[in-house]
Write a protein that binds this ligand. Sequence first.
Ligand SMILES: *[C@@H]1O[C@H](CO)[C@@H](O)[C@H](O)[C@H]1NC(C)=O
Length: 407
Amino acid sequence: MQQIWLSLLSALSLRLVLPGGAEEGLEFPNFDGKDRVLDISERNYKKALKRYDLLCLFYHEPMPANKGLQKRFQMTELVLELTAQVLENKDIAFGMVDSQKDAKVAKKLGLEEVGSLYVFKDDRVIEFDGELSADTLVEFLLDVLEDPVEIINSAMELRAFERMEEDIRLIGYFKGEDSYYKAFQEASERFQPYIKFFATFDKSVAKHLSLKMNAVNFYEPFMEEPAVLPGRPLSEMDIVEFVTQHRRATLRKLRAENMFETWEDDMDGIHIVAFAEEEDPDGYEFLEILKDVARDNTNNPELSIVWIDPDDFPLLTTYWEKTFKLDLFRPQIGVVNVTDADSVWLDMSDDEDLPTAEELEDWIEDVLSGRVNTEDDDEFADDHDNDHLVPEDEEEGDQDPDEEDDE
Ligand SMILES: *[C@@H]1O[C@H](CO)[C@@H](O)[C@H](O)[C@H]1NC(C)=O
């Protein structure tokens, strides 16, 4: 009997996956039950390090006794198994390192943060600081497998390069592979895959970018003009230092592949966060205003705005709406305290008008000076000093009963 039910059930779920039944070409991978993730120990870790292009290790606490937590643990393991299965024909090994049982191995490999994923490539370790889902991890590992520098040879590749406005990018012009390009390449390895490195050996590409021989340009996300790295030719250290100093962009997009790294890089305990759906007309327009503000303030080291497109994080949307008491169908900008997720948001309830760039800049100035902060309303629930954009005549009645409802 159970057999029948099982086969009925699997027929049903097949139906869900493949409506119509017969078509092929859209088959999502299902875990096939074969164990591919290694149990790393003193005996096998050296061999695994040597043998594969990449070794991807999950450093975890010992298996918990609690049933619910065990399930969570198994789900993580399943993400790794599925990733290993999907990438089976790549030269990547996966393993689990137990923080107690394998403490010695962890120490030798330099694993520090329990719950983190470390990727070993050649003699480098790259920490994965993104969402632990098979989609994100597969994309990340494919990026890490590639050469850290992409060579641009044609006008078409150049156009693609110019369209990548969300990424931090560097591009250098060199004589050929056997030149100062080597230092550039060495530097790129330290930032792969988070910062994109490009090079060209082509005179007309270089000319289009106004690049002199052995010069390197640095493109901050959403900026129109690149910065030119000082000095020529550049050593590996020159490049590494410049990138390290400039990698926190004035406007940075939150991405699944490094979301935790971005969030941990707060500004004195807070983030200025903007929610905007790029596909939505209001969201798009708000984003354009935000980019203008970022371009005007690109030299202010105090300012970094984290842009979150809710479309990229469907699993987090309801959590954010609840935590920040927001409607994420509309663009929003606010200040979030990363210690307790307390937040204040700019009042943009007026349907017609988004704030202008000037109004947004005034508000940001208030945030940076501390006039707008997450703490004031904790004690004075009636404090309306911050409602800049509410016209005078509307200020009396409490517009937004939800807003003060903090306790
Ligand atoms: C963030 O919240 C914590 C805990 O409530 C508080 O101690 C801290 O001062 C806040 N930080 C800022 C910058 O408001």
